[in-house]
Design a protein around this ligand. Structure first.
Ligand SMILES: [Zn+2]
Length: 647
């Protein structure tokens, strides 16, 4: 028994550390957070008080250290009002990781004891978590708009926190806002029927009324899943079933609702593979066009880019992906950012299982895996094939973990799980994943723990050929996780649809400016097949095989410059710019001013910059005010305008 307990303790203690937090989270952990925020959206600042219920988990402590990033800290005090001295330092000078807030406690606290304290602080426009948008940057142009983005380690710009995915806490919040600045506010939590005590009630003034909203998140979550959105927004149900809702600006809400009418069916497809959704309701926020990323899985409040609304349903894989995070990422979480594939690889795996259940098109899953593999390889080339950032275990010591962000944890993670599934067998792998969710519900784990669980599960289930399977699982495990570059085992996702897409590109190139006989096949292609074709076109352009007369004939036939689906449009523009086409600059500039999603904007700026640097800079200057600070900074980097613009 003692031996067993010791070995269990070793498991519990063996989790990897998080190198991207300055908090003393191994000694003390926050159990509950309460936020009181007074929004000044026009003036771009938030007055805040955060209150904590810490529990000592180490032997004893006399100070608490937290992560902060460009927050103004005013005071730290115990719940009984006793002021606590604090200092701020920067363990990594010149690093993007932020600062450390050291709070000296009034006495020594011992294992199991609770410490309740509060911090008064404010957030301003330097925040890299909260985006303060002017009304001109929104669709209705009637009110300012704010939204947060905390993943990876940006929640420290929202509140002083143990900003690590390894600590989970429940949270409540009171948000106070002017009725002239926001029609509504939502957080990654349920709206609370109970009103919380307000610590700092603002004075009423002429011209507007202060409104109050109260939120409660009863499930313990890591800090990167705290989220807020406010502006001229409203919430409506999407499909029958009573579980799924949409939040957006009112001018687009009807069109979006129509396109999202199958949200309940998406949820059921995921549940069919993995088991019931346990979070209650599910709300998708379609953000304004300058939202810099595809989607963010904040629990009860997923954020998504408006480019996923194509009018045809072709962008809805993002919705399924974010929903799938409710199981992988939000219920079981990676213990640090080096293990991000524990979130993303599993989520892509579940997303593709659910897409298969819903759409029943196996070729589409394969083609998406191929497109994902292409993006992953491009990211690997960007980091260098020998860089540890090209592995499933990047080392982000002293860095902002965002620097290692790429498609690698998504696609290499997905391929690794598909490989493991091929060894274990589909049915056993599915039941293993269901058991894994039960075992680690609301916990944060590392990849070694997943391996331990997988082997234990197969052993206890007495699966056929256990020792052979165990051998095969372990044979390449460390190479999959730690070796940079392409995976140790190359999986076969080929399908005749792939060859069909490549043949189509070749037919156009061979026709040399004439219309090829099967030019209309494009209109019967799967959406993923169209992307494969446009990726191939880009490759041909890189090899100087795409001529201007071919581009013109294609555009005449396929109307790609007028394409409304930006997933296709950005690939088209990247290909023709790489081929040296300067005749569509006006349309390209219009495109770059209407979308702020990095995935689509950066590749086009890269290609434009190579072809005509001056025009690329001019285009950027024209649209600069439209972009989100993260996007602005990245575009400046692409264009070689080095000055750091994040204020
Ligand atoms: Zn994801």
């Amino acid at each position: 028994m003692i031996v067993l307990m010791i070995s269990l303790m070793q498991y519990a203690l063996a989790y990897e550390l998080d190198v991207n937090t300055f908090s003393n989270y191994l000694d003390v952990q926050n159990r509950h957070l309460h936020l009181e925020w007074l929004l000044n959206m026009d003036k771009k600042y938030i007055n805040a008080t955060s209150s904590y219920r810490f529990q000592v988990v180490g032997r004893s402590i006399n100070k608490i250290t937290l992560d902060i990033y460009k927050l103004n800290i005013y005071s730290t005090y115990l719940q009984n009002g006793l002021s606590l001295p604090h200092t701020i330092d920067n363990p990594y000078e010149d690093s993007d990781q932020g600062s450390r807030l050291n709070i000296q406690l009034d006495k020594t606290y011992y294992k199991g004891q609770y410490i309740e304290l509060s911090i008064k602080y404010s957030i301003d426009s330097r925040s890299r978590s909260i985006s303060f948008m002017t009304k001109e940057q929104t669709s209705t142009k009637t009110m300012p708009y704010i939204f947060s983005q905390c993943e990876d380690a940006n929640c420290r710009a929202l509140a002083p926190l143990q900003d690590t995915p390894s600590v989970k806490q429940t949270y409540t919040a009171t948000v106070i806002f002017k009725d002239t600045e926001a029609a509504d506010v939502f957080m990654s939590a349920d709206e609370s029927k109970e009103e919380f005590q307000v610590l700092h009630r603002p004075q009423d003034q002429a011209g507007f009324t202060w409104k109050y909203k109260y939120f409660i998140q009863k499930v313990p979550i890591p800090s990167y899943l705290i989220a807020i959105v406010a502006g001229n927004i409203k919430k409506v149900p999407t499909s029958t079933g009573g579980r799924t809702f949409l939040v957006s600006e009112p001018d687009k809400i009807e069109a979006y609702t129509a396109e999202l009418k199958e949200m309940e069916q998406f949820m059921q497809a995921i549940e069919q593979y993995i088991g019931p959704y346990t979070w209650g309701t599910y709300t998708l926020v379609i953000q304004p066009a300058s939202f810099p990323i595809g989607g963010m899985e904040n629990p009860l409040l997923t954020f998504a880019n408006p480019t996923i609304m194509t009018g045809t349903g072709s962008g809805l894989d993002v919705t399924i992906h974010e929903m799938a995070h409710s199981w992988f990422g939000n219920t079981i979480t990676c213990v640090n950012w080096a293990n991000m594939w524990i979130n993303e690889g599993f989520t892509v795996f579940l997303e593709r299982k659910a897409s298969y259940f819903h759409y029943q098109i196996p070729d589409d899953i394969k083609l998406n895996a191929i497109i994902g593999n292409t993006s992953m390889y491009q990211d690997m080339l960007g980091f260098g094939l020998n860089s540890n950032f090209s592995s499933l275990h990047p080392d982000t010591t002293g860095l902002n973990p965002d620097d290692s962000f790429s498609k690698i944890p998504y696609e290499k993670g997905y391929q690794f799980l598909s490989y493991l599934e091929s060894i274990v067998g589909e049915a056993d792998f599915q039941s293993m994943l269901r058991a894994y969710l039960v075992q680690y519900k609301y916990q944060s784990i590392d990849q070694q723990e997943f391996q331990n669980f997988l082997l234990r599960y197969l052993y206890e289930k007495q699966v056929d050929d256990y020792s052979t399977k165990r051998y095969k699982i372990l044979e390449n495990w460390n190479k999959w996780v730690y070796s940079p570059g392409l995976p140790p085992v190359i999986l076969d996702f080929s399908t005749p649809k792939l060859a069909e897409a490549y043949d189509y590109t070749n037919a156009y190139i061979t026709a040399d400016g004439q219309q090829p006989t099967k030019w209309q096949s494009y209109f019967t292609f799967l959406h993923s097949q169209k992307q494969v074709f446009l990726e191939d076109l880009f490759k041909q352009a890189q090899n100087n095989l795409l001529k201007i007369n071919v581009i013109n004939q294609m555009d005449k036939d396929l109307k790609l410059t007028e394409e409304k689906d930006f997933e296709l449009k950005f690939r088209w523009f990247r290909a023709i710019l790489t081929a040296g086409d300067k005749t569509r600059f006006i349309q390209i500039s219009d495109f770059l001013g209407s979308v702020g999603r990095g995935k689509m904007v950066y590749p086009v700026y890269r290609a434009l910059n190579q072809l005509d640097h001056d025009f690329a800079v001019q285009t950027f200057k024209t649209h600069e005010a439209f972009y989100h600070p993260i996007a602005k900074n990245n575009i400046k980097n692409i264009l070689g305008l080095k000055e750091n613009i994040i204020q």
